[in-house]
Design a binder for this molecule. Sequence first.
Ligand code: UD1
Ligand code: CA
Length: 479
Amino acid sequence: MSSERSAIILAAGLGTRMKSTKPKVLHEVLGRTLVGHVLRSVRAIRPERRIVVVGAAADQVRAHLAEVAPEADTVFQDKQLGTGHAVRIAMDANPDLKGTVLVAFGDAPLLRAASIAELVEVHEKKGNAVTVLTAVVDDPTGLGRIVRDNEGNVLRNVEHRDADLTELAIREINSGTFACDADVLREQLDRLSTANDQGEYYLTDIIELAREAGHTVGAVVVDDPTETLGCNDRAQLAELRRILQGRINTELMKSGVTMDDPATTWIDATVKVAPDVLIHPGVQLKGATAVDSGAEIGPDTTLTDTIVGAGAEVVRSHATQAHIGEGAHVGPFAHLRPASKLAERSKIGAFVETKNLEMGAGAKAAHLAYLGDATVGADANIGCGVIVANYDGVKKHHTEIGEGAFLGCDSVLVAPVSVGDGAYVAAGSTIVKDVEPGDLAVARARQAALEDWVARKRPGTVSDKAARRAKGEAGVSEA
Ligand code: UD1
Ligand code: CA
């Protein structure tokens, strides 16, 4: 027998009940599409070929596969005439397939890599022609039932709508995942009929057909029945998400991550979190995010494709494609937009927005600032209300702020412009020319006083009375 292995993933259905313009298998669950999860799990058997059967919205599915699984081939199923028909199209398009063929559904993302590996190992070790992955569930409504004889040998699968009363009482169901010998599969697919309630070619019929033809068939029962759950509507999508969340969080907690509230912590399957990270309630970590040890995230924080260094703190903030250095502090209420790079011990505080920023080590923007297209030197201090005016209405320009520079509150730096190392900018300045190292730039109107203006122009007002009291004038009562 050939030791070659391949995987066929069925993803041709539109998923009408999703009520979506997007094909079902492209809906996302914690960092990957449904079909993306399946493609990831089938890696466990190192398939030589991965064949995805596409049909509804095939172009969208193909485009997605080109991105996440360029090694996968697609075959096109024009009309969805049944799971058996879909596999047949895949086999016909690959007439030289040998060895073990794994068939899985593209809308069942919770199937563990380990379960797929076990199915294929048992299948090959026993020399089966067909091995079906099954589960024992509390409510088998709508699913195919596995019929066994008195000795427990698998006889066949019967679909819910074709089952009689005794068969309906069976709680062992077909997950839809099969391991098959390629030659037997090819031979039995030819014999499928549409003599069933739906008038479809059922892949499941190959169990009975192969057995009748004298081949050995078997089943592997998966321990955790939630692995077999598919997705037909948005409520099931949410259920899958909740189950995967539980799995990911449990695994992370076992690896040494503290979560105050796992129920409100949503971490994508693609995210890395080191031991001794502390996660507060209401945190979402997405995409290629990675958090190093000792960091503290949340509450109420969303990080997408963001790197967080050891010991950094991110409180009630939102970041995308940011790099938060070791021991840096972000938030509360900070917005880090793409390409924000904060060096170690730097600080981005309340209501600060950044974009395409390099913040030097120990530099601080503690409150209310916008820093875009800028470089900030080490230990610089960005005062409250500082704005980098990076956009002239047509183009973006760069601003350079030197090491140890001090920007007074409410100043505007009109890019392109630079503030030299150790330079000061007076509060309320609008800087349009470069400031030399060590200089103080003052760019605001000088303060002038119009003496006793209030007494002359606003006599009798509360201001006037207060001023008179302050000057100790007689006859002005305290009240
Ligand atoms: C199928 C199984 C059932 C099993 C259940 C588990 C059959 C006949 N029935 O039922 O025993 O308990 O899954 O969830 O296999 N697809 C195609 N082309 C087709 C038909 C289907 O690509 O022509 C794809 C669908 O897009 C879907 C998957 O195959 O991803 C399953 O098809 P579906 O029609 O949903 O099968 P079920 O009725 O759920
Ligand atoms: Ca289904």
